[in-house]
Design a binder for this molecule. Structure first.
Ligand code: NAD
Ligand code: GLY
Length: 352
């Protein structure tokens, strides 16, 4: 088992290894204390791992109350959020109790937002069960739900008390969901390490899972420890996300988050190359790696449609936006752009 210490205002540990669910009760008890544990999970994940986690928590002396919602991005909204905080109140969770988010990024974001706001904040634990959640969303304390106007528009920062990443849970992931996580994994390589990109091209992520998850979590740890509240360097983690969120929104979430990020990274790299900000080797290498991992590299949505969706992105500041662009393999930078210039970026990225 590997432990990664995240040095945010309130520090915490990410534990990565096999079989961690089998000792989850004792770990949650040691770090969080409290009397009641609300286990938040979607129906698919709860049916796979809910009983094991609840038994563990009960064995550690918790009164366990499960909240199970319908799987999928469509549940990450104000309605499910309201049901969840009402549930916490009905079950009389107090400020010393704990919420345990068991699942992918949807569960972590939703559960984290409820934990951040219920009673002005209670402790919560992330138990990521998708590759995407393991390498990205379970670490760093970004919590949110979607609004009809756009993705993640209501949320706040609230760091978990501990992250328990049991790699064994990733074995039941459908291939498509695993692939989505690979987009975020490739993102880390593009931002931070040409060497990691090479490792990913030489050995499939599935065959080096512990190394891949640990490498990504360490990279994310470095970024969020320096910039917890997304004012500077942390924005690099949005590589592929500004254009990607627009693709996701245009598709009404039919395109999954990971696929959208893959498309967004490909567009940003093509555009950066077309504008002379990086060499042709950058989009060439990235596109080859995305294809190797079965990820998409383009979209049929028009530049007009994408621009309309992008204008609702929470990362817009007044009339400008910080685009994240690669300047060489394994390195990205923040490129401020006027919103009026974004259609040209989208066109340079390959949008029709
Ligand atoms: P998800 O939580 O919807 O999980 C994807 C699917 O996999 C679901 O249907 C789920 O039931 C299923 N699943 C999960 N674990 C499983 C397992 N072990 N075995 C079998 N099936 C399993 O989606 P996701 O891709 O994990 O996360 C996407 C969400 O994460 C988006 O809402 C995105 O905005 C958010 N996100 C947040 C951050 C952050 O920093 N907070 C970062 C990246 C993404
Ligand atoms: N997933 C982007 C971030 O955590 O900042």
């Amino acid at each position: 088992m590997t432990q990664v210490e995240v040095k945010t205002r309130v520090p915490y540990t990410v534990e990565i290894g096999h079989g961690l669910l089998a000792s989850a009760g004792a770990r949650v008890r040691a770090v969080c204390g409290g009397e009641t544990a609300a286990v938040v999970s979607d129906d698919t994940v709860f049916s796979l791992y809910g009983a094991a986690l609840c038994t563990q928590l009960e064995g550690a002396g918790y009164r366990v109350v499960p909240f199970v919602f319908l799987h999928g991005e469509a549940s990450k909204n104000l309605t499910t959020y309201a049901e969840l905080v009402n549930f916490l109140a009905e079950k009389r969770l107090t400020r010393t109790d704990v919420l345990v988010a068991l699942g992918g990024g949807v569960t972590g974001d939703l559960g984290g937002f409820a934990a951040a706001t219920y009673l002005r904040g209670i402790r919560y634990v992330q138990v990521p069960t998708t590759l995407l959640a393991a390498v990205d969303s379970s670490v760093g304390g970004k919590t949110a739900v979607d609004l009809p106007a756009g993705k993640n528009l209501a949320g706040c920062f609230h760091q978990p008390s501990i992250v328990l990443c049991d790699l064994d849970t990733l074995t039941t992931l459908p291939e498509e969901t695993f692939r989505d996580g690979c987009a975020e994994v490739i993102k880390y390589g593009m931002i931070d390490s040409a060497e990691f990109l090479r490792e990913l091209s030489e050995t499939p992520a599935r065959e080096q899972l512990e190394h891949v998850v640990t490498t990504c979590v360490r990279m994310k740890r470095d970024v969020v420890s320096e910039d917890e509240f997304d004012r500077g360097r942390r924005q690099l983690l949005n590589f592929g996300h500004t254009f990607g969120h627009a693709v996701e929104a245009c598709s009404r979430f039919a395109v999954s988050h990971g696929s959208a990020v893959a498309i967004g990274m490909a567009m940003a790299s093509r555009a950066a190359c077309a504008r002379g900000l990086c060499g042709a080797d950058v989009p060439q290498t990235l596109l080859a790696l995305l294809r190797q991992y079965g990820l998409p590299t383009g979209t049929d949505f028009s530049a007009d449609m994408l621009y309309g969706a992008l204008c609702a992105d929470k990362k817009i500041e007044g009339s400008s936006v910080h685009l994240i662009v690669p300047d060489r393999l394994g390195h990205c930078r923040i490129e401020p752009a006027q919103l009026t210039d974004v259609p040209a970026w989208l066109a340079a990225g390959g949008a029709k």
